[in-house]
Design a protein around this ligand. Structure first.
Ligand code: G1P
Ligand code: ZN
Length: 540
């Protein structure tokens, strides 16, 4: 064992998704070591068992060896590692829970590009399988500001390619198949025979794993276990730079999938997942399913899957996500929860048994089977629903809108705004809130305006300033918030929603349907005056 003298490195502040930095920063002297030691100092490592894995991006393999040597030197008794240091984020969450471990370290920068000049990340998940809460990440951060030494074992690399038990400086390293336990969990939740029969009947699917971590999971589950045609999964090999792709499943970055699904020989169903496998996008033949609608459809039909046949305990969505899921909850007589942005707010509701299904507009859906959002889970639940209902995605979606009404929805992102401009805009908007009620913006009458605050119903903690909401007469809404995960300047996210109850008004152009809300939002926040921008950079 070696104890190495070190000193604090500025800016090692983990956000809601752990510590994310450019890869060369992480590879810098003592950088990874300081952060990992701070994690062990805060959560304790002596005689503990952890899970370790990552999304396979550049530096994943070497970082894993460092973390293992440090775990050994800090007295951990055992680490369970995915073969090749690979684990999707939801699979890591499952292993943490399944093995009743003391938590896990996940190496990922989610949907951010990977490579020598791109992004890397490390986060700690708790024994419940979910991301560390703010109290813990704050303590880790404080520790990084005072650290003076770290502990590391002098040892050779563990052969992470070889499944089985290894020893490292007195610590057990169990290298496990990254897919097996996760796939077994999926088999308990979904009607695999029904889905298999659907594929055997000629149902065609395209799954784009975007050269990221879900490749091996999707090939094993969809092709090997469910009998989807070979080649159903494309970009199935996880690559250190994701093949140069931006592994974020949305219509912009998964354009090849969108083109195929809207093309002449489109398969029945299309899906994509992100770098670490927690996000999903779902597309039908010629029809895009917005994440907010996906959440609502999944909640309304979950009982068709064996894992949810007893019904749901409740439904939770992040505040900027559309209210489509609320309408389902009301129809089912269930509690629905509106939480701030970020998956960690769902954890308490899931642990307390208050919610079963959760979702965010940012392509995240999941349930109480793990404590992370789960891309393949959402895709499999869709497949289960399609297999039981024997309808197309378009039919299911339109049936849903006819029954519950439609919440037209879109998110407009304005990226790389100078931080001072963005802050001034939000400040002016907050100051204007008290006078907004009753004002008429070209026919859009404001019924309520506030800065969203959330009191956790389980532990009573309060989170304020979670985004400005402006509600209009008739169920339309505009939400303004600044991104907490952007890396360059500030990103303004403008979330737009308009409710249409009738079945006759189902235009398939959300931007046109939302035009009055978009105009009102720009007028209220004076986006162009503050930032010089009148058009968004990314529309989802
Ligand atoms: C974004 C999404 C948010 C998600 C987070 C982590 O955060 O909007 O829903 O939980 O990434 O995946 P933001 O950049 O908006 O703070
Ligand atoms: Zn992710």
């Amino acid at each position: 064992m070696t104890t190495v003298a070190t000193s604090p490195i500025a800016g090692q502040k983990p956000g809601t998704s752990g510590l994310r930095k450019k890869t060369p920063v992480f590879m810098g002297r003592h950088y990874l070591e300081n952060f990992v030691q701070s994690v062990f100092d805060v959560v304790g490592a002596k005689d503990k068992t952890f899970v370790l894995g990552g999304d396979g991006r550049y530096f994943n393999d070497r970082a894993a060896q460092v973390i293992l040597r440090m775990a050994a030197a800090n007295g951990a008794s055992r680490v369970i590692v995915g073969q090749g240091a690979i684990l999707s984020t939801p699979a890591a969450s499952h292993l943490i829970r399944l093995n009743r471990t003391d938590g896990g370290i996940i190496m990922s920068a989610s949907h951010n590009p990977g490579g020598p000049e791109e992004d890397f990340g490390v986060k700690f998940n708790m024994p419940n399988g979910g991301p560390a809460p703010e109290g813990v990440t704050e303590a880790i951060y404080r520790r990084t500001t005072e650290i003076s030494e770290y502990h590391i074992a002098e040892a050779q690399d563990v052969d992470l390619g070889a499944i089985g038990r290894h020893q490292l400086a007195g610590m057990v390293v169990d290298v496990v198949d990254p897919v097996a336990d996760y796939a077994a969990l999926m088999e308990t939740l979904f009607d695999f025979p029904a889905i298999r029969a659907m594929f055997a009947g000629g149902f065609r699917m395209r799954m784009d794993s975007m050269c990221a971590v879900t490749g091996p999971y999707a090939v094993e589950i969809l092709e090997n276990r469910l009998g989807a045609a070979k080649g159903t999964v494309v970009n199935a090999m996880p690559l250190p730079d994701f093949g140069g792709m931006h592994p974020d499943p949305n219509p912009t970055w998964a354009k090849a999938l969108m083109d195929e699904m809207f093309g002449p020989d489109a398969p029945d169903f299309g899906a994509a997942s992100d770098g670490d496998g927690d996000r999903n996008m779902v597309v039908g033949r010629g029809v895009y399913v917005s994440p907010s609608d996906s959440l609502a459809v999944l909640a309304a039909n979950a009982h068709l899957a064996p894992g949810y046949k007893g019904g749901l305990k409740g439904i939770a969505r992040s505040m900027p996500t559309s209210a489509a899921a609320d309408r389902v909850a009301e129809a089912l007589g269930l509690h629905h929860y509106e939480t701030p942005t970020g998956w960690k707010f769902f954890g308490n509701l899931l642990d307390a048994g208050r919610a079963t299904i959760c979702g965010e507009e940012s392509f995240g859906t999941g349930s109480d089977h793990v404590r992370e959002k789960d891309g393949l889970w959402a895709i499999l639940l869709w497949l289960n629903i399609l297999a039981v209902r024997r309808e197309s995605v378009a039919q299911i979606l339109h049936g849903h809108f006819r029954r519950y009404g439609r919440n037209y929805y879109s998110r407009h992102d304005f990226e790389a705004i100078p931080v001072e401009q963005a802050d001034r805009m939000m400040e002016a908007l907050r100051a204007a809130l008290p006078g907004l009620k009753g004002r008429d913006f070209d026919g859009m009458v404001v019924t309520h305006a506030d800065d969203f605050a959330y009191t956790d119903p389980v532990d009573g903690s309060v989170s304020t300033k979670q985004g400005v909401r402006v509600l209009f007469d008739g169920g339309s809404r505009a939400v303004f918030r600044l991104s907490g995960t952007g890396t360059e300047g500030a990103t303004l996210r403008l979330y737009l929603e308009r409710f249409v109850p009738g079945p006759d008004d189902l235009s398939d152009d959300p931007q046109a349907a939302l035009a009055p809300v978009i105009r009102a939002a720009h007028a209220i926040a004076a986006i162009a005056a503050h930032t010089g921008r009148s058009l968004p950079d990314v529309v989802t």
